[in-house]
Design a protein around this ligand. Structure first.
Ligand code: ATP
Length: 234
């Protein structure tokens, strides 16, 4: 089994306090890996370390089978990510924002922008300026931007935050398409078990900076669902 992300004893401290403590996790190729935990559990910090936005205080990260060191970070082009609320050029259209991203990433495939906008159901309004978009539309545009370069690994931090039930359902369907049809590996976080268990192949339960459990979905029983519910309660 190929691992796309593997961390070993990953730790990050801020002012002496451990935001992430000794997290060892592995994300397998092609799977949807759901990180579940309440606010402050350390999910974002783990994602920031994997995407090189924050340096680990200790521990190791392997990406695409290669150990990441301080000086080497060659894999960003193989990843798509939304770690914080996506920011766009508001006066530009959805299509122009994606074009700009592709130029920045040095990715030149004429159809990919159109395809990405179709996947998130924004193709009909791709000529509208982003300032006219709702929060849900911006979330979807963020995902379109993240997938427009056809990344092998997609990292999404709480992508359903602020979405209504219809938006959440659409997001879930999109993950399934990206995983099944495009073979993308997806690392996604949420604080809602009911959301994660509907999409994930593996669930990682985090609290207080620690990874408490990493369970394949097929091993989830009623008993550990109750345990997960209790440990991830806000
Ligand atoms: P949330 O859903 O609220 O983002 P999370 O599970 O993603 O929660 P993190 O954002 O990773 O959790 O935060 C983990 C802990 O680290 C929290 O206690 C947070 O206050 C702390 N922390 C995160 N970033 C910083 C920072 N830049 N400086 C100081 N403390 C930080």
């Amino acid at each position: 089994m190929v691992h796309i992300v593997k961390t070993n004893q990953l730790t990050r401290t801020y002012g002496g306090k451990e935001a992430v403590s000794n997290v060892s996790m592995s994300v397998k190729q092609g799977e949807i890996y759901g990180m579940l935990g309440p606010n402050g559990a350390g999910k974002t910090t783990v994602m920031k370390m994997i995407t090189n936005l924050v340096k680990p205080t200790a521990g190791e990260i392997e990406l695409f089978g290669e150990r990441i060191t301080d000086s080497s970070y060659r894999h960003l082009g193989r990843m798509g990510m939304i770690i914080e609320t996506p920011i766009f050029y508001d006066k530009m259209t959805a299509h122009e924002n994606l074009e700009l991203h592709c130029d920045y990433m040095g990715y030149h495939n004429k159809n990919s922008i159109k395809e990405a906008l179709e996947l998130v159901n924004l193709n009909a309004i791709d000529k509208k300026p982003v300032k006219e978009f709702s929060l849900g539309m911006k979330q979807r545009l963020g995902i379109a931007r993240a997938i427009t370069t056809k990344p092998e690994l997609l990292i999404l931090d709480e992508p359903t935050n602020g979405l209504d039930p219809v938006g959440i359902k659409e997001m879930r369907e999109l993950f399934s398409v990206l995983s099944k049809q495009f073979g993308m590996t997806i690392l996604v976080s949420s604080h809602i078990l009911g959301e994660i268990e509907l999409i994930a192949d593996t669930i990682a339960v985090m609290n207080g900076g620690k990874l408490l459990q990493e369970v394949p979905m097929e091993h989830i029983t009623r008993q550990n669902t109750e345990y997960i519910e209790i440990t991830t309660r806000e």
